[in-house]
Design a protein. Structure first.
Length: 411
C-alpha cells in the first residue's frame, strides 16, 4: 500500500527532535540498510574517506545519515546514493539498495544514474567556461551564432541573448514544446518549425517561464561556435578535467554501461518494478541528458564550491549563480520550507533565500529517476542525492539537510 505522507512528515519531526546518542560516522554499518522491496539483497556499498573530520562535523553527518536511512525505510525507497562535500573534500559518500530490485547487485559510488534537470546546471557553467575562454559573451544575441532562431515576435527574437535562454526568460510560455521533446523531435526542428508559432507571454529578461526546448538552444550555439557537439564540449571542458569518470551525456553511453541502476516505478502494492531506460531527453541534452554516478557528483560539487579554479574561475561562478529573475509566480519550491518569494532563477540554477542564507539548488526528474543537489557557497558545504525512483524523500532531503546545518552552525 502507499505510504501515508503525513506519517512521513511526522517521521521528519521525530528525527529532528531525537535525543538518542549519535553514532560516529565511521561506525555506520553497510548492513544497516536493506530496502523492504528487496529483502535478502546484497548490502550496499559504503565508502568512507580517510579524512579525519572535526567531531562536530562528524556528529552532524551521522545524525543526518540516521534521518536519511530512517526515511528510506519509511518511504520504502528502493535505491539511492548520497555525497556530502565540505570545502574541497568529499567528507561522506554512501550508497543504498540494489541497482535493480530483486537482484543482488548493490548500488556503489560508480553506479550511473540519469540526473534529469540537474543537467541544466552543467549548461550554465559550461557556457560560463566558454565565456571565460573568450569564445562567446553572455550578452551576445543568440542569432549571432544561430540565425535560424526566431519567435513569433521577430524583434524580440533578435533581442534574445545567451543569458536569456539559460534563465528561462525568453518570453516563451511555460514549458513551450516540451511535449515535442517527448515525441523525440530534434531541437533544430522545434526551433525552426514551432517557436515562430508560439505566443509571446512576456518581455525578455523580465518574464520567467521554465523551459526545456528553449534552454537547449545553447547546444546549437555551442555547435556553431566550437564545431563540436554539446556532449563533446561538455566532456572536454568539464567531465574530463573534473575527473568525472563515469559521466556522459547520451543514450548510447548509459545503454552500454554495465554499472547502472534502472528506474523504478511503484506497483501500487507497496513494491517497486524496474523499467527500461528511455532515450527521451537525450535529444535535449542540456536540459535533461546528463548521466552520472554519485562519485562524479562529488567532483562536480567541488567545482561548484570554487575548488577547481583550473577549470572555472570564481568570477564565472559568481555570474552563473547570480539571481536573474524571481520565480514567485511558478509553483512553490519546497512549500513546507520556504516562502513563495524566496526563490529566484540564475543561469541553469535556482537560488533560494533561506532566511538570509543563500542556497544554490536544482532538482531533477526524468524517466523515473529523481535527483537533488544543493550547496551553500559561503559555508562551503553541499549535498547531492540520486534516487532510482520517484520517492517522497526526494522532496524532503534538501530541507532536512540545511535545517540541520543551520542548527549545527549555532552550536
Amino acid at each position: 500500500m502507499k505510504f501515508p505522507f503525513f506519517l512521513f512528515l511526522l517521521s521528519l519531526l521525530f528525527s529532528a527532535c531525537s535525543n538518542a546518542p549519535l553514532p560516529a560516522v565511521a561506525s555506520l554499518s553497510a548492513e544497516s540498510w536493506q530496502p523492504w522491496a528487496n529483502a535478502g539483497a546484497a548490502p550496499p556499498s559504503l565508502t568512507k574517506t580517510a579524512i579525519k573530520l572535526p567531531s562536530h562535523l562528524e556528529a552532524f553527518i551521522a545524525e543526518y545519515v540516521r534521518y536519511f536511512e530512517d526515511s528510506m525505510r519509511l518511504t520504502n525507497t528502493p535505491g539511492a546514493a548520497m555525497v556530502i562535500v565540505k570545502d574541497s573534500q568529499i567528507v561522506f559518500i554512501h550508497c543504498y539498495g540494489p541497482r535493480i530490485v530483486g537482484r543482488q547487485d548493490s548500488i556503489d559510488e560508480h553506479t550511473v544514474f540519469r540526473i534529469g534537470s540537474l543537467s541544466k546546471g552543467f549548461a550554465g557553467v559550461l557556457t560560463g567556461i566558454l565565456v571565460q575562454d573568450s569564445l562567446m559573451r553572455w550578452d551576445d544575441p543568440v542569432q549571432k551564432y544561430y540565425p535560424a532562431f526566431s519567435l513569433k515576435d521577430r524583434k524580440q527574437a533578435a533581442r534574445i541573448q545567451l543569458w536569456h535562454i539559460l534563465s528561462h526568460t525568453t518570453g516563451l510560455p511555460y514549458h513551450a514544446f516540451t511535449n515535442l521533446i517527448e515525441k523525440d523531435f530534434s531541437i533544430p526542428r522545434i526551433v525552426t518549425d514551432y517557436f515562430p508559432q508560439a505566443p509571446i507571454s512576456g518581455k525578455e529578461g523580465a518574464f520567467y517561464a521554465y523551459q526545456n526546448a528553449a534552454l537547449c538552444v545553447i547546444e546549437e550555439v555551442m555547435l556553431r561556435q566550437t564545431g563540436k557537439t554539446y556532449p563533446q564540449v561538455l566532456a572536454e571542458k568539464i567531465f574530463a578535467p573534473a575527473g568525472m569518470q563515469c559521466a556522459s551525456c547520451d543514450f548510447e553511453s548509459i545503454f552500454r554501461e554495465q554499472n547502472k541502476t534502472l528506474p523504478h516505478f511503484a506497483t501500487g502494492l507497496g513494491t517497486w518494478r524496474a523499467d527500461s531506460i528511455s532515450p527521451l531527453y537525450y535529444n535535449a541534452a542540456a536540459a535533461g541528458g546528463v548521466n552520472a554516478s554519485i562519485s562524479d557528483m562529488g567532483e562536480w560539487l567541488k567545482l561548484l564550491l570554487g575548488h577547481r579554479p583550473d577549470i572555472v574561475a570564481d568570477s564565472t561562478l559568481d555570474r552563473v549563480f547570480h539571481p536573474v529573475v524571481k520565480t514567485d509566480k511558478e509553483r512553490r519550491i519546497f512549500p513546507h520550507w520556504l516562502s513563495r518569494d524566496a526563490a529566484s532563477y540564475a543561469l541553469g540554477w535556482r537560488v533560494l533565500d533561506n532566511n538570509g542564507e543563500t542556497i544554490i539548488y536544482h532538482g531533477g526528474y526524468v524517466n523515473g529517476y529523481k535527483s537533488e543537489i544543493a550547496f551553500d557557497r559561503r559555508d562551503g558545504i553541499g549535498i547531492c542525492v540520486l534516487f532510482n525512483a520517484h520517492t517522497p524523500l526526494s522532496n524532503a532531503c534538501i530541507p532536512a539537510f540545511f535545517e540541520r546545518w543551520k542548527v549545527e552552525k549555532k552550536q
